[in-house]
Design a protein around this ligand. Sequence first.
Ligand code: GAP
Length: 469
Amino acid sequence: MATSSGPTTGPTSDPESGPATRPTTGPTTGPTSDPESGPALFDAVVNLCKRRGFVFPSAEIYGGIRSTYDYGPLGALMLRNVREAWWRAMIQERDDVVPIDAAILTNPKVWEASGHLATFTDPLVDCRNCKERWRADQIEDECPNCGSKDLTEARPFNLMFKTFVGPVEGDSSVAYLRPETAQGMFVNFLNVLTTMRRRPPFGIAQLGRAFRNEITPGNFVFRTREFEMMELEFFVPPADGPRWQQYWCDERLAWYKRYGIAGEKLRLRQHEKEELSHYSAGTTDVEFFFPWGWGELEGIANRTDFDLRAHQDSSGTSLEYFDQATGETYLPHVVEPAAGATRAMMAFLLAAYDEDEIGGERRAVLRLHPRLAPYQVAVLPLSKKDTLTPLARDVLHQLQRHFMCEYDETQSIGRRYRRQDEIGTPYCVTVDFESLEDQQVTVRDRDSSEQTRLPIDSLVPHLLGRLEV
Ligand code: GAP
């Protein structure tokens, strides 16, 4: 099952003491020439996330809750941008995909039919000596904590979170939090087909929270029990599955590059037969070179007609498609690019983090794609004096109609530039005393630190030209 494969190992009963565990080791082959790929990069990004308000341990004042994170102001902005970048590529820029937004609480019959109740499991072992719990497929035959070989037999552990709907807890009130958004698309296939007058090939896309009771969460937001998914179910005539799978592999790899991850930090990897999820006839992962090695960003699976057939059989409702053009009736096959939004955000942050020197001063800079950066523009009046404030605020209001902006008037201009560099703001607009005379402002570029003087009137078109990339 694609659910939990990856390099993480760690004790299940050992919550992270800080905001994140240090990366555990994993496959290490990759772009070794890059010195910023290791634990130092991981630490720098995790620290920055906490210090600058991207990601906080959840309910920190109560000691947190294991491997659960809250997205702070900058994290909420960036996560929204990751979602929007996905939505733009997968829905807005296409005419063959429609979105839905299905419920998280799901009827257990869905998970029975989909196979998740029976097979959405990881093999769990206990160490009889130190009582730690491990995923059997991620350890050798000894406990990584105490070295004991006295381990229990592996037993399947279902990853779905179970709850009860209504005041009575009993078999008839059981519901599950969705562990993937995909089933929402399958059970709504017929509704979408009829209301939107679609014919294969077409897709249904959805993004939203998913929940998995992972045995070994860790590596910061790489693997958490609550996370966000971005999934497309693309319905095609049965013979066309392999062709569309290749198409989506290429598209999805290109998306990560489009949003700033260098090609050498990305690769496609085909699953071995033993790795395949119960529904998949073939899966290829888009992988990123994380500080601990290659790890999955997204899986592109050929789910065949597995899910539609299962729901058809289980519900007794025909989900077949009648193609008027050819006179054929068939159950469409499905190609599924399934990505993690929170995991993608982490990869974008790791890929963007850089340190360099400007004017003899060291700086940390997030070279984020402008569409992913929490703020696109910062407005920085040179002084806090009343004389400058009205004009600076006027500039801010003009820009806010188009961009997410920050307004910062405290401390030296150099320090304010550094603060914006560190959170990835691509442009700073400085309002100075001359601006009062000539109605011009200075635009500073994050990456080159180049400064351009511009009339205030042309500021919006100038920045739109650069930010609408
Ligand atoms: N519907 C297919 C499916 O669920 P998956 O490979 O299990 O496939 C898709 O999950 C993506 O969701 C993964 O590639 C990963 O980016 C993300 N993901 C899965 N489990 C996660 C977790 N516990 N924490 C964060 N992201 C996760």
